[in-house]
Design a protein around this ligand. Structure first.
Ligand SMILES: NC(=O)c1ccc[n+]([C@@H]2O[C@H](COP(=O)([O-])OP(=O)(O)OC[C@H]3O[C@@H](n4cnc5c(N)ncnc54)[C@H](OP(=O)(O)O)[C@@H]3O)[C@@H](O)[C@H]2O)c1
Length: 321
């Protein structure tokens, strides 16, 4: 089968190569999937470059442990292990495989059945590949932020995968949503229904005097004090990821903030695929849709991953296999 393989860390276009490799064989609880679509996300971007260096503790100190990136996928079951109970050959499936391994930048991948959900007919393969990770970050982020009807919400990093789903989920709660991002994404953000848009290159939302009941942050670019300033009394700040030093700051200050303030700070640890059925229902009732960038062909995957890392994309970058 064909796969995008890397054997050393570096920029996607210098180290990822389309290579012929043996097709994997499913273990007892695994499903072999013919991949139809996969996507680019921060894990892939960090894994291929081996940066931030701290991540090498997970991905391999000197060279990559996983040689095929990719952890979001949609495809069709091609074969099953002897212990698989929930799926049969021919089932369309999708999911975030990160709890069980990587390797979706390939024509076939073996995944534990627990990482998979049946794909509804109404959702295409490209859409399904885009949903599993980003929509869960947004939904679980809002869950720990206790999103309530009519709240004022701000999404920082609003034009990417998480932000575009986040807006639509917040709108299910009639929230008034402000999105912060920059460049060409601002026009797209206007078209998908953000109530207010801030260009972070022109305005610092933590210094404009406005306050929000809930901030969902995809980038963590400001100091904890700045975030607290932008929250209403009892407001909640939730970060799903971003700048490592800023995240460490928040992690250590969090207990002190809850001791001395009515505002609170939360760092999301994603539970892969938890809540995917709720998103399925929203899709099936036409309440949300994907903002896709692509699809790009598998052989153009290195370029697509670089484009994602450069932040030039809008919504979710998907790769068709
Ligand atoms: N919590 C967990 O367990 C977990 C698991 C996996 C991933 N994650 C994290 O989840 C996040 C994924 O977000 P995503 O997929 O939506 O990423 P994304 O598609 O890259 O979107 C992020 C957006 O933020 C924008 N941005 C960059 N700098 C900014 C700034 N200073 N202020 C405001 N916006 C800025 C980017 O645009 P430009 O670059 O063009 O400026 C981009 O449009 C990542 O931080 C990732 O590390 C968390």
């Amino acid at each position: 089968m064909k796969a995008l393989v890397f054997t050393k860390y570096g920029s996607p276009e210098s180290v990822l190569q389309l290579t012929e490799v043996p097709e994997p064989i499913p273990k007892e609880e695994e499903v072999l999937i013919k991949v139809h679509a996969t996507a680019a996300n921060d894990w892939d971007w960090s894994m291929v470059r081996g940066k931030p260096y701290l991540y090498r503790l997970m991905f391999g100190i000197k060279k990559p442990k996983h040689q095929i990136p990719g952890m979001e996928m949609a495809g069709v079951v091609e074969a099953i292990g002897s212990g698989v109970l929930s799926f049969k050959v021919g089932d369309p499936v999708y999911g975030d495989t990160s709890a069980y391994g990587f390797g979706t930048y390939a024509e076939y991948v073996c995944v534990n059945e627990k990482a998979l959900t049946r794909k509804p007919d109404r959702i295409g393969f490209e859409e399904a590949a885009a949903i599993s990770h980003a929509s869960m970050l947004a939904m679980q982020g809002f869950d720990i932020g206790h999103l309530q009807d009519g709240q004022k919400v701000l999404i920082n990093g609003a034009g990417g995968g998480v932000g575009t789903f986040g807006l639509q989920i917040a709108k299910q709660h009639n929230a008034e949503v402000t999105g912060v991002d920059t460049g060409d994404k601002l026009k797209m953000m206007d078209s998908i229904g953000y109530d207010h848009i801030i260009d972070y290159k022109k305005e610092d939302f933590t210094k404009n005097g406005k306050q929000y009941d809930l901030i969902l942050d995809c980038k963590t670019t400001r100091s904890p004090i700045a975030y607290l300033r932008s929250l209403t009394t009892n407001g909640r700040y939730v970060t799903v990821g971003g700048h490592l030093n800023r995240l460490l700051h928040l992690f250590f200050l969090r207990p002190w903030i809850s001791l001395f303030s009515s505002k609170s700070v939360h760092i999301l640890a994603l539970k892969p695929n938890k809540g995917l059925k709720v998103i399925n229902e929203l899709f099936e009732s036409n309440k949300i849709e994907c903002v896709l960038d692509g699809p790009y062909a598998l052989e153009d995957g290195p370029k697509a991953l670089q484009y994602f890392g450069d932040g030039k994309h809008q919504g979710k970058v998907v790769i068709s296999v």
